[in-house]
Design a protein around this ligand. Structure first.
Ligand SMILES: *Cc1c(COP(=O)(O)O)cnc(C)c1O
Length: 360
């Protein structure tokens, strides 16, 4: 068996040792005689898996006690609707910062439920930077301020935390959660689909300050009511049990690796070899402002678009897959989440240098 070097933006590569452990436990988890998929979510076995996964999220992200950690379904796209339903709290407007494709989707969805003030946007320069806070036009009566803290398609990442005063800050962290430590106390709510950096699709992680929940729009589905889910330990209905189990194995591995400070160090080093390659090249380039570059998703272009096909063909011959950029931006994109080993990035960089020598 050869494992692909998988640069997919999501669902994305998972740590091999997690997959091996899951395979070994497929038919019989810890002598229970059941695989995790077959377990009642109300049984003691799954309840222990669920509780450990939650405890590990709390430990890894140092989640303060007055925050709820919820394991939900629907993905980040569903959260784009669920958030206004839960977080407007009697208000009628919310602030959104527009930094690219995922921000735009969040804005579009929120407009169904409230009036949206786009407090800042980098659309003027094709989403190649994050607008500085002093340019934001925040509304002090907004229910919340929403950002996408890592734009998966565009390749932008916040390396600072916006100041929003008493207005809760909400962040879509789908594509960089668990890649670095986060000061959770600076946020009212953090959400993330699991399939980028945590585990399988089908699980959505929500971390929310407990005083903000319980005042939903009247038509909010019960399964999407944070308060009801929190009161039932995310088990108002059947949670995505297998996805929670795999995520739990990933959390254990992150702890074994030294926690998120160690993980971040590794991610900085990984991103650096790729960005250094881009910066030293006159053939490859990335349009993203240096200070706002994502460590997780690295978009880049070849000087001559006509060589894209040849580049990708050579890449695949070396076992590297999913490097083609998103259809909305073209070019290439390397997603280098936690589970992408340094050697994978090094292999890509070696190939890029060779390709440039040949065609540059
Ligand atoms: C992938 C992604 C989404 C969409 O997640 P789904 O699980 O497909 O709903 C939303 N926001 C960001 C930043 C993403 O990377």
């Amino acid at each position: 068996m050869t494992r692909a070097i998988n640069f997919s933006a999501g669902p994305a590569t998972l740590p091999e040792e997690v997959l091996r452990q899951a395979a070994a436990e497929m038919l019989d988890w810890h002598g229970s005689g059941m695989g995790v998929m077959e377990m009642s979510h109300r049984g003691k076995e799954f309840i222990s898996i669920h509780a450990e996964a939650e405890a590990d999220v709390r430990e890894l992200l140092a989640v303060p006690a007055h925050y709820k950690v919820l394991f939900l379904q629907g993905g980040a796209m569903a959260e784009n609707a669920i958030i206004p339903m839960n977080m407007l709290r009697g208000k009628t407007s919310a602030d959104y910062v527009n930094t690219g494709e995922w921000s735009k989707k969040s804005i579009k969805e929120a407009k169904k439920y409230c009036s949206v003030n786009v407090a800042a946007s980098s659309e003027d320069r094709n989403f190649t930077y994050i607008p500085k806070q002093d340019a934001w036009k925040l509304n002090k009566d907004a229910a919340y301020v929403h950002i996408c803290s890592n734009e998966t398609i565009g390749g932008l990442e916040y390396h600072w935390i916006p100041q929003t005063g008493d207005v809760p800050l909400i962040a879509d962290m789908s594509s960089h959660i668990m890649s670095r430590p986060v000061d959770v106390s600076k946020y009212g709510l953090i959400y993330a689909g699991a399939q980028k950096n945590i585990g399988p699709a089908g699980l959505t992680l929500v971390i929310v300050r407990d005083d903000l929940i319980g005042n939903t729009l009247p038509f909010t589905p019960s399964a999407f009511d944070y308060k009801q889910q929190a009161e039932n330990d995310s088990m108002l209905n059947t949670p995505p049990t297998y996805a929670i189990y795999i995520a739990g194995l990933v959390f254990k591995l992150l702890k074994k690796q030294g926690g998120l400070a160690a993980v971040e160090k590794n991610n900085i080093a990984k991103a650096k070899i790729l960005y250094d390659c881009l910066d030293q090249s006159s053939f490859f380039s990335t349009p993203i402002e240096k200070s706002d570059r994502s460590r997780m998703n690295v978009p880049f272009k070849l000087k001559d678009e006509a060589l894209d096909g040849a580049f990708l063909k050579g890449v695949e011959a070396l076992g590297m897959v999913q490097l083609k950029g998103h259809r909305s931006v073209g070019g290439m994109r390397a997603s280098i989440y936690n589970a992408m080993p340094m050697e994978g990035v090094q292999r890509l960089v070696d190939y890029m240098r060779e390709f440039e020598k040949k065609h540059g």
